[in-house]
Design a binder for this molecule. Structure first.
Ligand SMILES: C[S@@+](CC[C@H](N)C(=O)[O-])C[C@H]1O[C@@H](n2cnc3c(N)ncnc32)[C@H](O)[C@@H]1O
Length: 492
């Protein structure tokens, strides 16, 4: 394995010493005075050394890393400083470690400090690596079910869940540099599982500058308590390590709330969207189902010129067109059903050329892997229903990092179809569509939605969030049409 792949597999990006000292100073300002410190993936020891200098009273310091060269380097740095006696070092795998035994020998207030590897299981898989918990019992132990059900996750997430366990029945602090998305997930997990958190905060760092990584990252600081009466799951997000004030984040009404103040002043708009937001069409066969009009005729994704009736052809726009506000580019989608599960064989008589085209590409369509295609008529698609054929629509791309709704009129007299990265609502009537757009663009709607959106997520715009906004309570002038008598009482 090359040095580069090894570096990826082990998320081996050492923290600059200045950053480790800045972190420790901040912890000191928070009043953290540990008796024992653990650096669970210590590398060459930026945090171990910063902790020795910042917390001279810490009687017991333990550093572990699976990379023997790093451990040796740290050992000689400690010797050079005459401090080898203050630190116990071990070359070992975090996932194979008997933490229980180690923890019992670390007395008093515990601080778990450091920078865990920022690598996902998918990235490890792609390079044929093995830096994952060896046994499923590890996943069970950390309550993997709670965060599981997803194919891609960060190993730092697993490590942090394990670290949280170390504090059951014990108070102390965790301070870790992690991806911001990981920090949020771990705090959500802790809340769900009733982990006794007293205070927590996220302090953004410039990951590009510090580690050359294009990802949102932060210092996560969690204070754990053994007193259930002191538990508090809302946390504060600071723009930087030195920012004096931040904004509160938490969970209300089943949602993660990124801006508590904005949410609470607009929470009366929480309810049910008057119309359910839907995602665009899923067909998993863009080569066959998506076509473009050229001078030579219709051309499919495979470059073939094809001759189809207009019956099942609709103008289409992709999420990237919607997200970037592009004009229609003469593309079409073949939409063989109006309802999910509708038989497709009538196409044979209604549009013989279209049927011949589908039959001619049956290989590609039958090869679609998802089980949903097997259980439905041949050539099926998903994301259709009456709503998909109303002419006017308001659309938003789930993947783009802007909250911008687009009014999409019909094109060539037909409703425009979207791919499944687009969420939309649809209307028969243009005036109603325009009025709804004005409500969605109004200040109160935008502020409520923004308070629920986390822009560093892969799909920041979620139907769950859109469906929670009751736009009937707004008028199109940015005003409030009616405020319900009973203002929604946020559930903590
Ligand atoms: C992002 S670096 C940070 C190193 C150090 N904590 C610092 O802040 O400079 C991650 C470290 O985790 C170590 N590591 C990765 N996987 C590990 C595992 N399974 N067990 C122990 N250490 C591991 C790597 O060798 C690397 O030193």
């Amino acid at each position: 394995m090359s040095d580069r792949t090894r570096r990826i597999e082990f998320g081996d990006f050492q923290t600059p010493p200045r950053l480790a000292y800045d972190v420790c100073r901040l912890l000191e300002e928070f009043g953290i005075q540990p008796d024992s410190v653990i650096e669970p993936t210590c590398g060459v020891g930026a945090f171990v050394l910063a902790a020795l200098d910042t917390f001279p009273a810490a009687g017991s310091v333990f550093g572990l890393d699976c990379n023997g060269r790093h451990v040796d380097e740290l050992r000689s740095r400690l010797r050079a400083r005459g401090e080898a006696h203050r630190v116990r070092l071990e070359e070992a795998d975090f996932f194979g470690m008997d933490w229980g035994n180690n923890l019992s020998s670390m007395a008093g207030n515990l601080l778990v400090l450091g920078n865990l590897p920022w690598v996902t299981n998918a990235a490890i898989g792609a390079i044929g690596g093995a830096n994952l918990p060896a046994k499923s019992n590890f996943m069970n132990r950390v309550g993997f079910d709670a965060i599981g059900g997803k194919s891609n996750f960060d190993i730092s997430e697993w490590m942090l869940l394990e670290i949280l366990r170390w504090f059951s029945g014990r108070s102390g602090d965790i301070a870790m540099l992690v991806k911001t998305a990981v920090a949020r997930k771990v705090l959500a997990y802790a809340r769900k599982r009733g982990v006794l958190i007293e205070t927590s905060s996220l302090h953004s760092i410039d990951a590009k500058r510090e580690f050359g990584a294009a990802v949102d990252a932060c210092l996560l600081v969690v204070r754990l308590t053994d007193n259930p009466a002191r538990v508090e799951y809302d946390y504060t997000v600071f723009e930087s390590l030195s920012a004096p004030t931040g904004h509160r984040v938490g969970h209300r009404s089943g949602f993660a709330v990124g801006d508590m103040a904005a949410f609470e002043s607009h929470a009366f708009l929480m309810g049910h969207s008057p119309q359910k937001w839907r995602s665009g069409i899923k067909h998993d066969a863009s080569q066959v189902m998506e076509l473009r009009r050229t001078d030579a005729g219709l051309v499919n994704g495979g470059g073939e010129i094809v001759d189809l009736e207009e019956t099942y052809l609709f103008p289409m726009m992709k999420g990237s067109d919607i997200g970037s506000g592009k004009a229609w580019r003469g593309t079409y989608m073949l939409v063989p059903q109006r309802q999910v599960g509708e038989p497709t064989d009538p196409i044979r008589d209604r549009a013989p050329r279209t049927w011949a085209y589908l039959e001619g590409h049956a290989g590609a369509l039958d090869a679609r892997r998802s089980i949903i295609y097997l259980k439905n008529p041949r050539y099926s698609i998903f994301g259709v229903g009456d709503y998909a054929f109303r002419p006017w629509r308001i659309a938003i791309c789930s993947l783009y990092k802007t909250l911008s709704f687009r009014l999409q009129p019909p094109i060539e007299g037909r409703p425009v179809m979207f791919d499944d990265t687009v969420y939309y609502v649809s209307f028969d009537d243009e005036a109603e569509a325009r009025d709804t757009l004005a409500r969605l663009q109004s200040e109160p709607a935008q502020r409520l939605l923004r308070s629920l959106i986390f822009w560093d997520e892969k799909r920041p715009i979620k139907t769950g969030i859109l469906n929670a906004l009751d736009w009937s309570l707004l008028d199109g002038m940015g005003g409030i049409r009616s405020r319900p008598q009973q203002v929604l009482n946020p559930v903590p």
